[in-house]
Design a protein around this ligand. Structure first.
Ligand code: ZN
Length: 244
């Protein structure tokens, strides 16, 4: 099975729509989303509705949990907090109701574990170092786990008796997942932070056991204009242009 793995949409409708078109063009029929449908971006309802109609699996992320009232906003940065309050006030009740049905992890599959943030802490931990990756690989029940949350496309892996190694992943990079333990982040659709402003996602092939990192160009100006029109912090619009 070939699966499109998406994460961290963050209310960016132009990015989400462009990725869904790319997923369709690639002939992929299964879509998994690792959470954070909303927060930061100006079109949370549209993104939740696209997720409802297109994803086969969808997790909840920390920003979604803040909007549904499960997490204190004190733990968020100022921009994220303002965006979360705005999102709460703006969103249709039915779409917040959908967020309330989602979980931050899905571990009942035999082959692959899915977490918004990490196997150790599905809601908050940012896995950006090999040290943390080792700790996660020690506890994860699956040989392959997928995480989002850090907005950086990367992979960590470990062979028998080794410590973890990690690598940032660029467009077109392909991993052979047939051996070793893996922790993989597809990057962010709606707010990439690895210097490439294009929307990030991943094709996972569970037949060939490969992962291929993808980037999709989208109308960044439209997403930035929507953020400004909603009177959200200007920095949230600016960072989209730099992929930071
Ligand atoms: Zn996020």
């Amino acid at each position: 099975m070939r699966i499109a793995v998406l994460s961290d949409i963050h209310g960016n409708r132009p990015a989400f729509e462009a990725v869904l078109a790319d997923v369709d063009a690639a002939g992929l029929e299964t879509i998994w989303c690792l959470g954070d449908l909303v927060g930061y971006g100006a079109e949370p309802d549209a993104c939740v509705e696209l997720a409802r109609s297109h994803t086969d699996i969808c997790l909840v992320g920390n920003h979604d949990m803040a909007v549904r009232g499960d997490l204190s906003l004190d733990e968020f940065s100022r921009g994220a907090e303002l965006a979360a309050r705005w999102t709460q006030d703006t969103m249709a009740a039915g779409n917040i109701g959908y967020l309330e049905t989602l979980e931050p992890k899905l571990v009942d599959r035999e082959d692959i574990g899915l977490y918004h943030a990490s196997p150790r802490d599905p809601v908050w931990e940012y896995v950006l170092s090999t040290l943390l990756a080792d700790l996660c690989l020690n506890v994860q029940p699956h040989r392959l786990c997928l995480v989002g949350h850090s907005h950086v496309a990367l992979s960590f892996s470990r062979g028998e008796g080794e410590t973890a190694t990690g690598a940032a992943q660029r467009a077109g990079d392909e991993l052979d997942l047939s051996e070793r333990e893996w922790l993989i982040n597809p990057g962010s659709v709606g707010q990439p932070r690895d210097g490439d402003p294009r929307a990030a996602w991943l094709v996972l092939d569970t037949g060939a056991w490969t992962a291929t990192f993808r980037r999709t160009a989208y109308d960044i100006a439209a997403a930035a204009a929507a953020i400004r029109a909603a009177r959200l912090p200007d920095s949230l619009a600016e960072r989209l242009e730099y992929g930071q």
